[in-house]
Write a protein that binds this ligand. Structure first.
Ligand code: NAP
Length: 275
């Protein structure tokens, strides 16, 4: 980093999970941190850390994005790294999803990243340096049944980030994505919306098989702190690497995916999902 004072990171969705762990880690490593979240008024342990400024930011609200970026620049004068972490899952049959559920999933996981990235890019361009780290998912590289809309958003994040990396490189700006596998956060609770309310739909048999298979596997999840380490590495390793798999399960699954034919891969997903 070319800064004399400590570098600055802006993190979205820092109220919990991976975002909170990332904001904490950057602060522990001496960075100045704009820890942004929808409702700072709910209270956050980050507010007690000396190098952290907590700011309101809802990625679906363009005015709040602009205000938070302006407040970060006001406070710190620069932004070296943007961590686009805010996001949530939408699980269930595609057919039963409402228009509003589909809109909100893309507004948060995809348009939200576009909005914050566009708000920060002019600053990074002026600086002649910066890194944008997008939290994608293994679900942006591999699909699972009943995650069609979440998969669609995370595949979009992966494609967006890789393409962006080419056009930003000549400006000294890096775009990278981190793809975690399963992480022990509250993602499967507070951050997993459902497209169905009961079992009264045509997909109920296969849906319950998939839900059983998902529940069994939760014990080998990564910690949010370990994903934060991968985010920190992506932000600071000085390389042009774009994809960072995060977690042993993500590395294993992606390696397997690369080694299989399409027919083998689809069969493996069916078997893994109990279908
Ligand atoms: N946990 C996993 O297994 C896993 C795996 C792969 C990828 N990921 C990705 O990791 C990221 C973080 O998830 P997590 O596991 O840490 O879950 P989490 O603890 O539930 O965190 C999700 C965060 O996103 C925030 N958020 C949601 N909508 C927002 C909006 N409109 N504006 C600003 N912030 C918003 C939430 O804020 P509020 O407190 O306001 O709700 C929360 O801080 C997500 O992008 C997720 O897709 C998670």
């Amino acid at each position: 980093m070319s800064t004399v004072t400590s570098p600055v990171v802006l993190v979205t969705g820092a109220s919990s999970g991976i975002g909170q762990a990332a904001a904490t880690l950057f602060a522990e490593r001496g960075w100045r941190v704009a820890a942004t979240m929808r409702k700072p008024s709910d209270g956050t342990p980050l507010a007690a850390l000396p190098k952290v400024t907590v700011l309101p930011l809802d990625v679906t609200d363009p005015a709040s994005v602009d205000t938070a970026v302006a407040a970060t620049l006001d406070r710190f004068g620069r932004i070296d790294v943007l961590v686009n972490n805010a996001g949530y899952g939408l699980f269930g049959p595609f057919e039963t999803a409402t228009d509003e559920q589909i809109r909100r999933q893309f507004a948060t996981n995809v348009d939200g990243i576009f909005a914050v990235t566009r708000a920060v890019l002019p600053t990074m361009r002026r600086q002649g340096c910066g890194s944008i780290i997008n939290v994608a998912s293994l679900g942006g590289l591999i699909t699972l049944p009943f995650l069609s809309l979440y998969n669609a958003t995370k595949f979009a994040v992966v494609g967006f980030t890789e393409s962006l990396s080419f056009e930003l490189a000549p400006l000294g700006i890096r775009a990278k994505y981190v793809a975690p596998g399963g992480v022990a956060t509250d993602f499967a609770g507070r951050s997993l919306a459902r497209t169905f309310h009961d079992n009264e739909h045509a997909y109920s048999d296969s849906l319950s098989k998939v839900m059983t298979a998902m529940t069994i596997r939760r014990d080998n999840y990564s910690t949010a702190a370990s994903i934060a380490e991968v985010i920190f590495t992506a932000a600071t390793d000085g390389t042009n690497q774009v994809m960072y798999l995060a977690g042993a399960d993500a590395e294993r699954s992606f390696a397997l995916r690369q080694s299989l034919s399409e027919a083998e891969r689809l069969a493996a997903v069916r078997q893994h999902s109990g279908l």
